[in-house]
Design a protein. Structure first.
Length: 261
């Protein structure tokens, strides 16, 4: 992609500001994995009756993540803090690679994402995000970038290496592929409700006082409904909703796509 001004344009695959290079896909994978990694010292208990009778906490979590990764479609809502910076994301995705959503870092910088098919990926940055990504450039360059990209979408082929992070963000199997199967130390908790659905809480203690609790649906398909991480370096909540609902992802109109040539 050629820059619209004399200096490099803001890299469209950076879902976080320049000072923080972690992609949102990696952030989500890490947060999800925190709820199913093997590090707890406690023994697991097996319930003879009730939801998931006869299964250990590890077996329940394995089954839940496998079901979630195989879901026809779902929406992932994230609210986490890493290195003192808050990140919020809301992404709807399905098994065909279609997805749409937003990512907000800090207090305001927001990036929008659309992947309507397997051909192209579209990204749109708000003014706060553009200014953060060009903070080291001259005033002339910053204004040139704003003039070209503010309110417009950046289009790139999904096959391009620069689009890899966005493509991974739109794949449920990749997004949820970072957790470790067969984790030990996961303790079954009580039954509760999450978003109006009955759920079982399963908690794993981590290093440095961190704990992660995975809430699994007890009726119907055992989907993951929520992961809550407390303490540690990256506390936060990830909520999974809209299972099986169509994803509204439509390619932007040509007039709304930036002409980077």
């Amino acid at each position: 992609m050629r820059a619209p001004v004399t200096a490099p344009a803001p890299a469209p695959t950076r879902f976080r500001p320049r000072a923080h290079r972690t992609a949102v896909a990696a952030l989500l994978c890490a947060a999800v994995a925190a709820g199913a990694s093997a590090c707890g010292p406690f023994s697991e208990d097996v319930k003879p009756s009730g939801p998931f009778a006869g299964l250990t906490g590890s077996q329940i979590v394995d089954e839940a993540f496998a079901a979630t990764a195989a879901a026809e479609s779902l929406t992932v809502e994230v609210d986490t803090t890493s290195e003192g910076e808050r990140t919020r994301a809301y992404v709807s995705l399905d098994g065909t690679g279609k997805c749409a959503g937003t990512l907000t870092t800090g207090t305001a910088a927001t990036t929008e994402l659309i992947r309507a098919d397997r051909k192209n990926v579209y990204l749109r940055f708000d003014e706060a995000s553009l200014r953060e990504q060009t903070e080291d450039e001259s005033p002339e360059v910053r204004e040139g970038v704003l003039k070209t990209l503010k309110g417009r979408w950046v289009e790139m082929p999904a096959s391009e290496p620069e689009a890899k992070e966005a493509v991974e963000m739109c794949d449920p199997k990749t997004l949820l592929g970072g957790f470790e199967q067969g984790a030990s130390g996961i303790v079954r908790g009580g039954e509760t409700t999450v978003g109006g659905r009955k759920a079982l809480a399963l908690t794993e203690p981590g290093d440095g006082g961190e704990t992660s609790t995975v809430y699994v649906a007890t009726e119907g398909t055992p989907y993951v409904l929520r992961i809550v991480t407390k303490g540690g370096d990256e506390p936060g909540t990830i909520t999974f909703t809209q299972y099986g609902k169509p994803v509204a992802a439509k390619a932007p109109a040509a007039k709304d796509i930036a002409d980077l040539d």
